[in-house]
Write a protein that binds this ligand. Structure first.
Ligand code: PEP
Length: 268
């Protein structure tokens, strides 16, 4: 495929233009200095060549504005926000600030936030509601620990997280994406089997139908946990997998765009 002319670039920012595109989201976590903006620009150029896939990156707060200013084909978002829009919360960032910096979405409830910052389902829900209030889309993360899976509690744990973390008010569903990320698969190189992913995504889909009725069928469910270029195609072809939330492999354009390319067969 040849180079894309400026006027031909189809925006990856709008969900409504091609609603069923696979959604591939990079979570840079606490990685990324201004010197790595070249990677972001390369990801953006690659995304412009893969308009059948919706591509997004959540860099650290410090890079959101610069990345959003440069972006033509990727959405740029935050990795967390505070549940209040402003006030005496030293060191925190509100959803309104993310929006002001150029973010169009925010991830809430990542297992690293839940485990390291003590975020409960109620806190995650309050953050999700604040983000919607500020006009952002939201990616709400859920996932069981290894001990919970070994105890046969994985689906019950994830469904309880959905019940407690998801905002269910009017207008929430069209701006909501759910990311299923088994905690034991994040950053470990261990990936859930396609059969386990299909079973869990099926359970999540059923819960979304209970919570949102017909709108629940349209909510994208991403898989996250050690997704890379080698395993992406199989995971993305699994039932009810609408895309991927990618940590480590999203840090370079080469590895992230390989995952974006692997999503293309699902886009046909
Ligand atoms: C994540 O942090 O959301 C994640 C899935 O990380 P990794 O891809 O590195 O496992």
């Amino acid at each position: 495929m040849g180079g894309i002319q400026a006027g031909e670039i189809l925006s990856n920012l709008e969900r409504s233009d091609m609603p069923n595109r696979p959604f591939i989201v990079g979570n840079w976590k606490m990685n990324g200095l201004r010197s790595q903006m070249a990677e972001a620009r390369a990801i953006d150029r690659g995304a412009a060549r893969h308009v059948g896939v919706r591509v997004a990156v959540a860099p650290p707060f410090t890079l959101i504005a610069a990345m959003a200013e440069d972006a033509h084909a990727i959405a740029v978002g935050g990795q967390d926000c505070h549940q209040q829009q402003s006030g005496a919360f030293t060191g925190d960032i509100s959803a309104a600030m993310l929006k002001d910096a150029g973010a169009t979405f925010v991830i809430v409830g990542h297992s690293e936030r839940r485990a390291m910052h003590g975020e409960t389902d109620a806190v995650v829900k309050a953050k999700a509601e604040a983000a919607l209030e500020a006009g952002l889309e939201i990616i709400v993360c859920v996932g069981e620990t290894e001990a919970q899976r070994d105890a046969g509690q994985a689906e019950a744990v994830v469904c309880a997280q959905l019940d407690g973390s998801l905002p269910v008010g009017e207008g929430a569903a069209p701006r909501l994406t759910v990311a299923y990320e088994p905690v034991w698969a994040i950053g470990t190189g261990r990936v859930a089997s396609p059969a386990d992913v299909a079973a869990m995504h099926g359970a999540i889909r059923a819960r979304l139908a209970t919570l949102f009725g017909e709108e629940g069928a349209e909510i994208s469910i991403l898989y996250g946990g050690s997704v890379n270029a080698g395993n992406a195609a199989e995971l993305l072809a699994t039932d009810e997998v609408g895309g991927a939330l990618v940590g480590g492999a999203s840090l370079t354009a080469e590895s992230f765009l390989a995952i974006v390319a692997a999503a293309l067969p699902q886009a046909d």
